[in-house]
Design a protein around this ligand. Structure first.
Ligand code: HEM
Length: 228
Protein backbone atom coordinates (compact mmCIF):
# COMPACT_ATOMS: atom_id res chain seq x y z
CA UNK A 1 0.00 0.00 0.00
CA UNK A 2 1.58 3.28 -1.12
CA UNK A 3 0.47 5.08 2.05
CA UNK A 4 2.86 2.98 4.13
CA UNK A 5 5.41 1.87 1.55
CA UNK A 6 6.24 5.25 0.04
CA UNK A 7 7.90 8.20 1.72
CA UNK A 8 5.23 10.64 0.48
CA UNK A 9 2.50 8.28 1.72
CA UNK A 10 3.99 8.21 5.22
CA UNK A 11 4.39 11.98 5.22
CA UNK A 12 0.77 12.25 4.08
CA UNK A 13 -0.37 10.14 7.06
CA UNK A 14 1.69 12.34 9.42
CA UNK A 15 0.22 15.50 7.91
CA UNK A 16 -3.42 14.38 7.99
CA UNK A 17 -3.23 13.02 11.55
CA UNK A 18 -1.28 16.13 12.61
CA UNK A 19 -3.85 18.52 11.13
CA UNK A 20 -6.69 16.53 12.74
CA UNK A 21 -4.91 16.83 16.12
CA UNK A 22 -4.42 20.57 15.58
CA UNK A 23 -8.18 20.91 14.97
CA UNK A 24 -8.81 18.98 18.20
CA UNK A 25 -6.46 21.36 20.04
CA UNK A 26 -8.31 24.36 18.60
CA UNK A 27 -11.60 22.90 19.84
CA UNK A 28 -10.15 21.92 23.24
CA UNK A 29 -8.46 25.29 23.79
CA UNK A 30 -11.59 27.23 22.80
CA UNK A 31 -13.73 25.02 25.05
CA UNK A 32 -11.34 25.61 27.96
CA UNK A 33 -11.81 29.38 27.63
CA UNK A 34 -15.39 28.80 28.82
CA UNK A 35 -13.90 27.76 32.18
CA UNK A 36 -12.75 31.37 32.58
CA UNK A 37 -16.03 32.93 31.52
CA UNK A 38 -18.41 30.56 33.33
CA UNK A 39 -17.33 27.49 35.35
CA UNK A 40 -20.97 26.28 35.36
CA UNK A 41 -21.17 26.40 31.56
CA UNK A 42 -17.80 24.62 31.38
CA UNK A 43 -19.11 21.80 33.57
CA UNK A 44 -22.16 21.49 31.33
CA UNK A 45 -19.84 20.98 28.36
CA UNK A 46 -17.83 18.42 30.38
CA UNK A 47 -21.08 16.54 31.16
CA UNK A 48 -21.94 16.61 27.45
CA UNK A 49 -18.49 15.21 26.65
CA UNK A 50 -18.54 12.66 29.50
CA UNK A 51 -18.95 8.91 29.12
CA UNK A 52 -21.53 9.24 26.33
CA UNK A 53 -21.17 7.02 23.26
CA UNK A 54 -20.22 9.90 20.91
CA UNK A 55 -17.61 11.23 23.34
CA UNK A 56 -16.19 7.72 23.76
CA UNK A 57 -16.00 7.29 19.97
CA UNK A 58 -14.17 10.65 19.81
CA UNK A 59 -11.79 9.59 22.60
CA UNK A 60 -10.95 6.31 20.85
CA UNK A 61 -10.50 8.19 17.54
CA UNK A 62 -8.25 10.71 19.25
CA UNK A 63 -6.13 8.00 20.85
CA UNK A 64 -5.83 6.37 17.41
CA UNK A 65 -4.69 9.64 15.84
CA UNK A 66 -2.05 10.24 18.52
CA UNK A 67 -0.88 6.61 18.22
CA UNK A 68 -0.62 6.66 14.41
CA UNK A 69 1.06 10.10 14.42
CA UNK A 70 3.66 9.04 16.99
CA UNK A 71 4.38 5.58 15.55
CA UNK A 72 4.70 7.05 12.06
CA UNK A 73 7.16 9.66 13.40
CA UNK A 74 9.23 6.90 15.03
CA UNK A 75 9.23 4.87 11.83
CA UNK A 76 10.16 7.86 9.65
CA UNK A 77 13.00 8.82 11.98
CA UNK A 78 14.26 5.25 11.93
CA UNK A 79 14.16 5.10 8.11
CA UNK A 80 15.80 8.50 7.89
CA UNK A 81 18.55 7.44 10.30
CA UNK A 82 19.15 4.20 8.41
CA UNK A 83 19.15 5.88 4.99
CA UNK A 84 21.70 8.50 6.03
CA UNK A 85 24.09 5.90 7.43
CA UNK A 86 27.58 7.30 7.91
CA UNK A 87 26.50 10.61 6.40
CA UNK A 88 24.07 11.36 9.20
CA UNK A 89 26.42 13.76 10.95
CA UNK A 90 27.22 15.66 7.78
CA UNK A 91 26.00 19.26 7.63
CA UNK A 92 23.41 19.75 4.91
CA UNK A 93 21.90 23.23 4.67
CA UNK A 94 18.93 22.10 2.60
CA UNK A 95 17.73 20.00 5.54
CA UNK A 96 17.90 22.72 8.19
CA UNK A 97 14.36 24.02 7.89
CA UNK A 98 12.43 21.46 5.96
CA UNK A 99 13.32 18.22 7.74
CA UNK A 100 9.96 17.70 9.33
CA UNK A 101 10.82 14.37 10.94
CA UNK A 102 14.08 15.67 12.36
CA UNK A 103 15.30 14.44 15.73
CA UNK A 104 14.22 17.65 17.37
CA UNK A 105 10.65 17.22 16.24
CA UNK A 106 10.63 13.66 17.54
CA UNK A 107 12.11 14.64 20.89
CA UNK A 108 9.80 17.64 21.31
CA UNK A 109 6.87 15.45 20.26
CA UNK A 110 7.88 12.86 22.86
CA UNK A 111 8.03 15.63 25.51
CA UNK A 112 4.53 16.77 24.47
CA UNK A 113 3.24 13.17 24.77
CA UNK A 114 5.01 12.72 28.13
CA UNK A 115 3.20 15.75 29.56
CA UNK A 116 -0.01 14.55 27.90
CA UNK A 117 0.14 11.37 29.99
CA UNK A 118 0.38 13.53 33.13
CA UNK A 119 -2.48 15.69 31.83
CA UNK A 120 -4.71 12.67 31.19
CA UNK A 121 -3.99 11.52 34.73
CA UNK A 122 -4.93 14.99 36.07
CA UNK A 123 -8.21 15.25 34.18
CA UNK A 124 -9.35 12.39 31.98
CA UNK A 125 -8.59 9.75 34.60
CA UNK A 126 -10.62 11.61 37.26
CA UNK A 127 -13.46 12.48 34.91
CA UNK A 128 -14.37 10.39 31.88
CA UNK A 129 -12.58 7.28 33.18
CA UNK A 130 -14.39 7.48 36.55
CA UNK A 131 -17.69 7.79 34.66
CA UNK A 132 -16.88 4.79 32.44
CA UNK A 133 -16.01 2.61 35.45
CA UNK A 134 -19.18 3.78 37.20
CA UNK A 135 -21.35 3.03 34.15
CA UNK A 136 -19.86 -0.45 33.99
CA UNK A 137 -20.98 -0.98 37.56
CA UNK A 138 -17.57 -0.52 39.21
CA UNK A 139 -16.59 1.72 42.10
CA UNK A 140 -13.67 4.05 41.43
CA UNK A 141 -12.85 7.68 42.14
CA UNK A 142 -15.22 10.50 42.95
CA UNK A 143 -18.20 10.04 40.64
CA UNK A 144 -20.00 13.10 42.12
CA UNK A 145 -17.23 15.32 40.70
CA UNK A 146 -16.66 13.41 37.47
CA UNK A 147 -18.08 16.25 35.35
CA UNK A 148 -16.75 19.08 37.55
CA UNK A 149 -13.89 20.06 35.24
CA UNK A 150 -13.83 23.60 36.64
CA UNK A 151 -13.14 22.25 40.13
CA UNK A 152 -10.23 20.10 38.93
CA UNK A 153 -8.79 23.01 36.94
CA UNK A 154 -9.00 25.30 40.00
CA UNK A 155 -7.40 22.68 42.26
CA UNK A 156 -4.59 21.88 39.81
CA UNK A 157 -3.54 25.44 38.99
CA UNK A 158 -3.65 26.47 42.65
CA UNK A 159 -0.25 24.76 42.61
CA UNK A 160 2.52 27.00 41.19
CA UNK A 161 4.47 23.84 40.30
CA UNK A 162 1.68 22.67 38.03
CA UNK A 163 1.32 26.15 36.51
CA UNK A 164 5.02 26.07 35.59
CA UNK A 165 4.87 22.46 34.36
CA UNK A 166 1.91 23.27 32.12
CA UNK A 167 3.60 26.40 30.76
CA UNK A 168 6.73 24.37 29.95
CA UNK A 169 4.48 21.83 28.23
CA UNK A 170 2.81 24.60 26.24
CA UNK A 171 6.25 25.92 25.22
CA UNK A 172 7.14 22.48 23.85
CA UNK A 173 3.75 22.30 22.14
CA UNK A 174 4.35 25.69 20.51
CA UNK A 175 7.72 24.54 19.13
CA UNK A 176 6.17 21.33 17.83
CA UNK A 177 3.19 23.09 16.25
CA UNK A 178 5.02 25.94 14.52
CA UNK A 179 7.20 23.46 12.66
CA UNK A 180 4.55 20.73 12.40
CA UNK A 181 1.77 22.83 10.86
CA UNK A 182 4.24 24.30 8.37
CA UNK A 183 5.54 20.86 7.40
CA UNK A 184 2.05 19.40 7.08
CA UNK A 185 0.91 22.22 4.81
CA UNK A 186 4.05 21.78 2.71
CA UNK A 187 3.43 18.06 2.35
CA UNK A 188 -0.17 18.78 1.36
CA UNK A 189 1.01 20.99 -1.48
CA UNK A 190 1.32 24.57 -0.20
CA UNK A 191 4.96 24.79 -1.10
CA UNK A 192 5.28 27.06 -4.10
CA UNK A 193 7.38 30.25 -4.15
CA UNK A 194 4.52 32.52 -3.09
CA UNK A 195 3.17 30.34 -0.28
CA UNK A 196 6.53 29.24 1.19
CA UNK A 197 6.88 32.30 3.45
CA UNK A 198 3.17 32.73 3.95
CA UNK A 199 2.63 29.28 5.43
CA UNK A 200 5.49 29.90 7.84
CA UNK A 201 3.69 32.99 9.13
CA UNK A 202 0.29 31.26 9.14
CA UNK A 203 1.73 28.28 11.08
CA UNK A 204 3.36 30.52 13.66
CA UNK A 205 0.18 32.56 14.15
CA UNK A 206 -1.98 29.44 14.42
CA UNK A 207 0.40 27.71 16.86
CA UNK A 208 0.62 30.86 18.98
CA UNK A 209 -3.17 31.24 19.05
CA UNK A 210 -3.68 27.63 20.18
CA UNK A 211 -1.03 27.87 22.89
CA UNK A 212 -2.40 31.20 24.13
CA UNK A 213 -5.89 29.65 24.50
CA UNK A 214 -4.47 27.04 26.88
CA UNK A 215 -2.04 29.40 28.61
CA UNK A 216 -4.88 31.85 29.37
CA UNK A 217 -6.57 29.21 31.56
CA UNK A 218 -3.33 28.34 33.39
CA UNK A 219 -2.52 32.01 34.05
CA UNK A 220 -6.09 32.96 34.96
CA UNK A 221 -6.59 30.13 37.48
CA UNK A 222 -3.01 30.39 38.73
CA UNK A 223 -3.36 34.13 39.40
CA UNK A 224 -6.84 33.69 40.92
CA UNK A 225 -5.44 31.20 43.44
CA UNK A 226 -2.44 33.41 44.15
CA UNK A 227 -4.43 36.63 44.64
CA UNK A 228 -7.23 35.11 46.76
C1 HEM B 1 -4.77 24.68 30.39
C2 HEM B 1 -4.64 23.62 29.69
C3 HEM B 1 -5.66 22.50 29.66
C4 HEM B 1 -6.78 22.26 30.43
C5 HEM B 1 -7.34 23.09 31.55
C6 HEM B 1 -7.37 21.02 29.96
C7 HEM B 1 -8.51 20.43 30.48
C8 HEM B 1 -8.95 19.16 30.17
C9 HEM B 1 -10.06 18.49 30.78
C10 HEM B 1 -10.94 19.10 31.89
C11 HEM B 1 -10.18 17.28 30.21
C12 HEM B 1 -11.19 16.17 30.59
C13 HEM B 1 -12.44 16.25 29.76
C14 HEM B 1 -13.35 15.09 30.09
O1 HEM B 1 -12.89 13.98 30.27
O2 HEM B 1 -14.55 15.32 30.14
C15 HEM B 1 -9.14 17.16 29.23
C16 HEM B 1 -8.94 16.06 28.42
C17 HEM B 1 -7.99 15.98 27.44
N1 HEM B 1 -7.03 16.93 27.14
FE1 HEM B 1 -6.84 18.71 28.02
N2 HEM B 1 -6.61 20.54 28.93
C18 HEM B 1 -5.55 21.41 28.73
C19 HEM B 1 -4.53 21.29 27.79
C20 HEM B 1 -4.41 20.25 26.91
C21 HEM B 1 -3.38 20.14 25.91
C22 HEM B 1 -2.29 21.21 25.69
C23 HEM B 1 -3.57 18.97 25.25
C24 HEM B 1 -2.79 18.33 24.13
C25 HEM B 1 -1.55 18.65 23.80
C26 HEM B 1 -4.72 18.33 25.84
C27 HEM B 1 -5.23 17.11 25.47
C28 HEM B 1 -6.29 16.46 26.09
C29 HEM B 1 -6.78 15.16 25.69
C30 HEM B 1 -6.21 14.28 24.56
C31 HEM B 1 -7.85 14.86 26.53
C32 HEM B 1 -8.73 13.59 26.51
C33 HEM B 1 -9.90 13.92 25.59
C34 HEM B 1 -10.91 12.81 25.52
O3 HEM B 1 -11.15 12.14 26.52
O4 HEM B 1 -11.51 12.63 24.46
N3 HEM B 1 -5.21 19.13 26.85
N4 HEM B 1 -8.40 18.32 29.22
Amino acid sequence: MWLINSSIGRKFIMSITGIALVLFLLFHGTMNLVAIISPEAYNMICAFLGANWYALVATVGLAGLVGIHFLCALYLTFLNYRARGKERYAVDDRRNDVEWSSNNMLIIGAVVIGFLVLHLYNFWFKMQFVEIVHKLGGEFGDVANATNGALYIRELFASPVYCILYLVWLGALWLHLTHGIWSALQTLGFSNQVWFSRIKVISTIFATLIVLLFAAVVVWYGLSAWLC
